[in-house]
Design a protein around this ligand. Structure first.
Ligand SMILES: *Cc1c(COP(=O)(O)O)cnc(C)c1O
Length: 439
């Protein structure tokens, strides 16, 4: 199976040559927080399969909804047609966010593209076509299609494609790790907001939107920041007439402790991008939600003033049904309250790792834990390929963890318990010790 895979499958986010020393792991099935290989060895899915899974794999409620939907309607195009799952999902998302119009895509990056295009097109439709530039935060990640790369400030994903990309401006990140001597998280947020302000003061007339990941810049290495930044950013966007796009693709659906991360600041964005957890980790689906004001600017007799964007599978009924089943799980049990208790349990389990002498900046928000590893703490030289080595040791200990650079993190499904928490925490620490032992 591995040989066949390597011959014909080109894996994402992977230098394929690295598979010579570390082949991909064939997975036969998954259940709850566990992935099983063909020999029956199991791995705890400590990063929720790239942050998409919420309630565990093979969840009976989502599975039943999908099977039922398969009997009714597999797919119909959403141009000229509509169907029950997409209507109900749009109603529910409107109720949850206060943004009443939902446009669908398939992946997170397509949601970013949709939000950017909608924002610029809004300004064009309202007589200000010069407002067509974007701003993002330093270290921001919004996907890797050519349009999304314009606002993704991560060099390794962007460098090779720089000539293709119409770069957005980057303003300072409020990442608390950037605190100068004696600065609090709120001080860092204030300083970053001042950077945003001076940029907007000069360029607002050409700027359509600011896009950001609320509360946690996940791909930047789980960079967490103070909610006051979002309040200041909202106020500045209002003052300078610039849209605020909240990219909740990774942070949505309870991951940061509230249903959506921006709610911790009590603000309302002009656009919200959703994907990843939207279907509980079962099928690709993304959505962009926006306001009546934006929607109304497209509503016209003139076809060209409409938002003519489309994807073949826009609003796929199976994916929408999986999303509805996922949202039903939030209604059936008090997921956020249960997660708050679960997080205490995991905090305790992670305590030995958090206190490890090579660990810096231990942090948590909701169901995201992160630690920066200083592998030179004992005076040694930096270890090349830290993340890759660590992931290999973690697998050997039965846990899936993929550090980002030297940032180790856990983002487990919400279906953890005391036993799986202990397994995850033990594996994370053992893998750290095994990796450091290679120095
Ligand atoms: C993962 C992610 C995306 C991109 O989603 P894809 O489905 O991988 O295209 C965009 N924004 C954020 C914040 C993400 O975490």
């Amino acid at each position: 199976m591995i040989q066949r895979s390597l011959r014909h499958v080109w894996h994402p986010c992977t230098q394929m040559k690295l598979h010579e020393s570390q082949p991909p792991v064939p997975i036969a099935r998954a259940e709850g927080v566990w992935l099983y290989d063909f020999e029956g060895k199991r791995y705890l899915d400590g990063i929720s399969s790239w942050w998409v899974n919420l309630f565990g794999h093979n969840h009976p409620h989502i599975k039943a909804a999908l099977l039922d939907q398969l009997d009714r309607l597999d797919h119909v195009m959403l141009a000229g047609f509509t169907h029950q799952p997409v209507v109900e999902l749009s109603e529910r998302l409107a109720a949850l966010t206060g943004l009443g119009h939902a446009f669908y895509g398939s992946d997170g990056a397509s949601a970013t593209e949709i939000a950017l295009k909608m924002s610029a097109h809004y300004w064009r439709n309202t007589g200000r076509p010069e407002k067509c530039r974007f701003i993002g935060l330093a270290g921001g990640y919004h996907g890797e299609t050519v349009g999304a790369l314009a606002v993704t400030d991560i060099a390794i994903f962007r460098e090779a494609y720089a000539p293709l990309v119409r770069l957005a401006a980057t303003v300072p990140s409020p990442d608390v790790r950037g605190a100068l001597d004696g600065e609090s998280a709120a001080d860092v947020a204030r300083r970053a907001a001042a950077g945003l302000q001076s940029w907007l003061a000069q360029h607002h007339a050409q700027t359509a939107a600011l896009i950001l990941e609320p509360m946690v810049q996940c791909a930047a290495g789980m960079a967490m920041y103070d909610a006051s930044y979002l309040r200041e950013a909202r106020a500045l966007c209002d003052r300078y007439e610039v849209h605020l796009i909240a990219d909740e693709i990774a942070t949505g659906f309870g991951r940061t402790g509230t249903m959506f991360a921006h709610q911790q600041a009590g603000i309302k964005p002009d656009f919200i991008c959703l994907s990843k957890g939207l279907t509980g980790g079962t099928l690709p689906l993304s959505a962009v939600l926006t306001t009546d004001t934006v929607y109304d600017a497209f509503y016209d007799d003139d076809v060209a003033r409409g938002f003519l964007h489309s994807h073949s599978y826009t609003g796929n009924p199976l994916a929408c049904r999986a999303a509805l089943a996922t949202l039903e799980l939030f209604v059936q049990t008090n997921v956020l309250a249960r997660n708050a208790e679960l997080a205490q349990l995991l905090d305790q389990a992670f305590a030995p790792l958090t206190r490890h002498p090579s660990v810096r900046n231990a942090r948590r928000l909701g169901m995201i834990w992160a630690w920066d590893i200083d592998e030179t703490a004992s005076g040694a030289a930096p270890l090349p390929h830290f993340a890759h080595r660590y992931a290999r040791h973690a697998l050997a200990h039965g846990v899936v963890l993929r550090p980002i650079g030297n940032t180790l993190y856990a983002m487990p499904p919400y279906a953890m318990d005391a036993e799986t928490a202990a397994h995850l925490a033990h594996g994370a620490l053992a893998a750290l010790e095994a990796t450091l032992a290679e120095i």
